[in-house]
Design a protein around this ligand. Structure first.
Ligand SMILES: [Ca+2]
Ligand SMILES: [Ca+2]
Length: 264
């Protein structure tokens, strides 16, 4: 049988048990690290990647990369607006093809491979301290043919990167790009079981730093001397109200004293 004490203990134990269960549910699952498939990634392997073209005269278009063709190696995006980006074989050796119709002028091209479970491998020297195990040799962006962009930026390193593996490549042309550009940029892929993981930026808690503020110096404000004409009231012989009341009170007191003397 439960008495009141054992019921209370039961309630406390239940409460602890449910909060443990809740915290177990809320605890983030440990994320597995990226495991690369190897070092050969073709256009078809990058299906799901996100490609964004921004236009010199404003606006942008984002398309999702998909495999195409019958040989199992080709992939790309084709815009109805008149531009396309494709990759047809092992990205280590074969170029990407960026094609932009003359009616368009593209300011930036951003290739984000995360959705395609792939990464850019940017360092050729596999003995480099910055080479990630399993990624082998990479190749940084290099133009094979066409108008080179003025800016080339790799960004968003992945979790296992030692300095060579990035999720995103952005190319920029100050005066816009149209025509055909062939470039090499090596890629690798994550496995299905352990896909590519991006390093989330750590958002620091805001820290309030108490500073020794310099003493506040009060500077007297010197006003201009302003002459104010004051009408000085003319001197009068009229007693002030307070004085008048005092005189009346003394007079009254004197009368009362006189009356008491008469009564006595
Ligand atoms: Ca590769
Ligand atoms: Ca590498």
């Amino acid at each position: 049988m439960f008495n009141a004490t054992s019921l209370k203990q039961f309630a406390v134990i239940s409460s602890i048990a449910s909060s443990v269960a809740a915290s177990a549910l809320l605890a983030p699952a440990a994320l597995a690290e990226t495991v690369l498939t190897g070092y050969v990634t073709t256009g078809a392997d990058m299906a799901g990647a996100s490609i964004t073209a921004s236009f010199l005269d404003g606006g942008s278009e984002t398309l999702t990369w998909s495999a195409f063709g019958s040989d199992g190696n080709e992939g790309g995006v084709f815009s109805d607006l008149g531009w396309s980006l494709t990759q047809k074989r092992d990205s280590f050796s074969y170029p990407w093809l960026f094609s932009v119709g003359n009616s368009l002028s593209i300011e930036t091209l951003t290739i984000d491979l995360f959705g395609g479970n792939s990464v850019f491998d940017t360092i050729l020297d596999s003995q480099s301290a910055q080479n990630t195990d399993g990624s082998k040799q990479g190749k940084p962006f290099a133009v094979k043919n066409g108008l080179a962009p003025e800016s080339v930026e790799y960004s968003t390193p992945i979790d296992i990167s030692q300095g060579d593996l990035f999720s995103t490549l952005t190319l920029g042309w100050e005066n816009g790009f149209s025509g055909v550009l062939e470039f090499v940029a090596d890629t690798d892929s994550g496995t299905e079981a352990n896909p590519v993981v991006i390093v989330e930026p750590v958002i620091a808690e805001p820290v309030v730093v108490e500073q020794d503020l310099p003493p506040v110096i009060l500077v007297p404000i010197v006003n201009e001397v302003v002459e104010i004409a004051i009408d000085t009231p003319a001197a009068t012989s009229v007693p002030e109200p307070g004085t008048l009341l005092g005189l009346l009170a003394i007079a009254g007191l004197g009368r009362k004293v006189a009356q008491r003397r008469q009564a006595g």
